[in-house]
Design a binder for this molecule. Sequence first.
Ligand code: HAM
Length: 426
Amino acid sequence: MTRRQAPRGAEDLLPERIPFHEHVFGTCRAACERYGYREIRTPLFEDTALFERSLGEATDVVSKEMFTVERGDTRVSFRPEGTASVVRAYLQHNLDKTRAFQKLYYMGPMFRFERPQAGRQRQFDQIGVEALGASSPLLDAEVVALAHRCFTGMGLRNVRICLNSIGDTADREQYRDVLRAHMEPLLGERCDDCKVRFERNVFRMLDCKVEGCQPSNRSAPLVVDHLTEPSRERFAQTRAALDALDVPYELDPAIVRGLDYYTHTVFEVRCPDLGARDAVCGGGRYDHLIEELGGPDLGAVGFAIGVTPTLLALELQKHPAAAGGLPALDIYVAAVAAEQRLAALQLAEQLRSAGLQADTDFEDRSLKATFKAANKRGARLMLVLGADEVANGAVKVKDFGSGDETVLANDGGLAGALTARLQAVS
Ligand code: HAM
């Protein structure tokens, strides 16, 4: 039997939720454009090798969470994130040659085979930005400022921007040895995956979610304490810029991020209202990815907002946009009896042509029930067409606000007269 349910971790977006989504997409789009970002749309799937190469084969996202399809010698995966695709497109279309520095943003679905839970889905939307082709520490600050503006713009309260630096290749080489020395005697306490991670990529042990692995992660030496002087200086410049831009942030030396491409600044935006999995946004600098994918040695920085946890947080905070409902309505046109239904539809259509938001009844309601329905929809005026009105070329107008009833001529001047009346009461 066919199951009448969407697959686990995927959800339908019903009409009443769309305005709420659009509220988040719309405020972020406006913020991105204000900072000079242009939209890019890349395919929903890519060659699997792109993600393996960019995100790292030892990451949870690549090793456990990808939706991969294999046919013959084709191996593609639904994108688990957007950064790899944007860098691929930047290089494929030689954007680096037209203008090395590009600010790009994207919004759309991503796919990760995770255990669905509050705020986590297998198909979820991200809103991301990538500033490609520049290494200035000030750009990191501007990117964090943009993330902050997206959240303030949409009205999410109680967000915390948590910042760290994981340094560059030289810092990490040094830190790798320190971390291995810490982890080696504790391997007996770690999960089987971590034993593999120890050999393949010891940094990934730090983002293991298994409970038993947490004590040895908590006692691990911190990368930020093992930065070389230039990396420390760079981080100080980014922080000073954030202070100058009045962006509130806190330092969290435990942030490591779950993807391999990061260097220097890494950050997460958290909303504690969400409980344990509180990240509504993650990002940072990735100075070697462009080169890693065959391009020039250019730096880049970006972030992605998780729309699902963001909507959940707004809902928990009872944001008015979460209330849903039907679209606003100016005018409801009611027929007194079945004979006037076509005339009512015709009139609604004329009013729409004049730019008004009008609707009529298609459910054969009585006039009384139509009144109630129009009121519930929040209509401001109701027009009533009975046999007399149709015969006289007139229409009865009821104003839901004042309760007044008047009769107007149903002619070419009607839409204008109604518009004037709506403007007068708004
Ligand atoms: P990420 O931290 O893996 O980073 O994901 C960013 C955000 O996407 C997370 O903070 C979370 O809000 C949301 N997210 C992740 N997985 C799920 C899920 N299964 N369901 C719902 N939301 C989810 C990246 O993806 C990087 N590409 C960000 C970036 C851009 N870094 C530099 N540029």
